[in-house]
Write a protein that binds this ligand. Structure first.
Ligand SMILES: [Fe+2]
Ligand SMILES: [Fe+2]
Length: 277
């Protein structure tokens, strides 16, 4: 079974800076004939506030003639409490109405795919607990199937036991909880986006995969991190094991966010945490 993972398309009908990468990406996906496409969030440029960004993004997604599952990113449903766009009921409802569920389970004969809304982790204790209960049930229900999990945020950035990375990853307490669940259920793959970096690693017996963004790379405006600064997609081939490949796609342009930050995400500038990804 072959899955194409795409992520961080940051699409918008008004701010068209990154839309040009959609056509070559969609054509490459068509040529690949995957069994399933999974989008790991930041579907829209500003779906957290602008309904049309989500509507437009979903219109483009309908061009894909393959089953498609999507988990939300921070630019789709908002981010942490205290940020300029905290995730809240209104934003979540908008996502569910225009895109679909923010967490899901998809089964094949041999595999269970679980998508989680990683923005819930660190949002509020009650929602976080609900998310873990839901994940626990989803994991426990896999039966004899192997499990692959998909989320917008990675488990960690530099190393598994690091402290709070703020904007970039899951908070340490939630990370530990998630790690315990992943280990207890022998999850084969945990795949994410958000960092706009491409990287493949391992945590215990779980493969970790950061898919390259489709929209842009981030230059010196942000601190350095592991992974390649490229745009493209990822292919996961699932058999007895997981084979993962980072793919750079002809015709896609590695737009540099640093060059257009003021136009694309102007309000993020005065925030304490300047990161936008
Ligand atoms: Fe993100
Ligand atoms: Fe992003």
């Amino acid at each position: 079974m072959r899955i194409i993972q795409i992520t961080d398309t940051h699409l918008s009908p008004a701010k068209t800076h990154f839309n040009g990468n959609w056509r070559p990406l969609a054509e490459w996906i068509e040529a690949q004939q995957p069994d399933l496409v999974i989008h790991t969030g930041d579907l829209a440029l500003d779906g957290a506030d602008i309904e049309n960004d989500l509507v437009f993004s979903m219109q483009l997604m309908t061009e894909l003639r393959f089953p498609l599952l999507i988990v939300p990113g921070n630019h789709d449903v908002g981010h942490m409490p205290g940020s300029a766009q905290p995730m809240n009921a209104e934003r979540l409802q908008r996502w569910r109405r225009l895109v679909g569920p923010d967490e899901w389970v998809h089964d094949t004969k041999n595999w269970r795919f679980i998508g989680i809304n990683s923005l819930t982790l660190g949002s509020n204790p009650e929602a976080e607990l609900q998310q873990f209960d839901w994940s626990k049930n989803a994991l426990a229900g896999a039966g004899t199937r192997r499990i692959a999990m998909f989320a917008h945020k990675p488990l960690f950035v530099d190393e598994p036991n690091e402290g709070d990375t703020g904007y970039w990853s899951v908070r340490p307490s939630a990370r530990q909880h998630l790690r315990d669940l992943i280990a207890a259920h022998d999850v084969a793959l945990f795949a994410s986006g958000h960092l706009h970096r491409a990287w493949i690693g391992k945590l215990g017996s779980t493969k970790l995969a950061w898919a390259p963004a489709a929209a842009f790379i981030v230059g010196p405006m942000e601190r350095d991190m592991p992974g390649e600064r490229i745009v493209g997609a990822m292919v996961h081939t699932l058999g007895d094991d997981v084979h993962t490949e980072i793919v750079q796609i002809k015709g896609m342009t590695p737009f540099l966010l640093d060059d257009v930050m003021d136009e694309v995400y102007p309000r993020a500038k005065p925030a304490v945490d300047k990161a936008v990804s």
